[in-house]
Ligand binder design. Sequence first.
Ligand SMILES: NC(=O)c1ccc[n+]([C@@H]2O[C@H](COP(=O)([O-])OP(=O)(O)OC[C@H]3O[C@@H](n4cnc5c(N)ncnc54)[C@H](OP(=O)(O)O)[C@@H]3O)[C@@H](O)[C@H]2O)c1
Length: 328
Amino acid sequence: MAGDLRHRRAPPPEDGDEGASPAEESAAAVDNGKEGAGERNGKREALGWLEWGRGWMAIVGEFLFQRIAASHLANPLELPPLDGVSIVVTGATSGIGLEIARQLAQAGAHVVMAVRRPKVAQELIQKWQNENSETGTPLNAEVMELDLLSLDSVVKFADAWNARMAPLHVLINNAGIFAIGEPQRFSKDGHEEHMQVNHLAPALLAMLLIPSLLRGSPSRIVNVNSIMHTVGFVDAEDMNLRKRKYRSWLGYSNSKLAQVKFSSMLHKRIPAEAGINVVCASPGIVDTNVVLGVHYLQHLTPKFQNTVRCLSLKTGLSVLASHTIAIQ
Ligand SMILES: NC(=O)c1ccc[n+]([C@@H]2O[C@H](COP(=O)([O-])OP(=O)(O)OC[C@H]3O[C@@H](n4cnc5c(N)ncnc54)[C@H](OP(=O)(O)O)[C@@H]3O)[C@@H](O)[C@H]2O)c1
């Protein structure tokens, strides 16, 4: 992913271009470095064949070899004591986010589960407290409501957190959707749902929480990304895929590429002295709700199924930690 960023880096802003936001820059940056694709008025319209082939090879390679590539990692990952560290984890009610939140809370961190189903998160905390009762230390976890399909909800969440005037040390933008095979849908804010949930809303959340991240500095924003970004293409004039034919994998991969580009721009825009690091991380292909659609793999022969089996959650978290790449 780091190499990918180097290839697709946007040119530095020219004098007088100071007003462009990171989001605008990130959209413009995707037009750079794409050899061999069709062009319209000098603008690229799609990935070139070479890039497309390279991207899919990376995805197939991950599917086939990820378990070998992850075999050297500690599993489960040992965490240091995290007392006094405040961490917001979005999408902590299932899959990777649930496991991240549980492990961080058990290591002593103050974990804020930012979720759209608060009742489910409350029940999870209760369950973890019961499991933890032997050690006698109550977990420092709480729930706050956040629906990434509503930008109002993002603003409300950030306002509520910032009003505490408390430091935030880590924001983990984990929540995401991959509506495999489903028709295109738009949020009430008018954005294609993958683009809003996987990129726009987390980007807004990160920017709005900067005052709290400054209070917690050195702090970091961790964006849970995906290898699928390698086949993404973001047209700055058609972010919501209204003009071109929609496919769910395209919606997902474009949103993940947009997140990588945005992270890169944001990292460059935040002065080093601020001490806020921005990273994207790829967990591998992990057995969670998001990959339920991949279960057509069950129709493959048992031998092949065994080869392409998804990573377990614990292995996914180890990979996530080892694949956390600073956007330089
Ligand atoms: N699993 C993989 O193989 C894989 C690979 C690469 C990247 N990723 C990335 O990893 C992240 C976590 O995915 P996962 O695999 O753990 O999937 P998951 O089990 O489906 O978890 C997704 C989480 O996001 C939450 N969410 C979805 N829409 C939301 C919304 N509108 N507002 C707030 N929260 C919302 C879900 O909440 P509910 O519980 O309420 O549905 C859930 O907690 C995603 O960003 C995904 O793209 C996963």
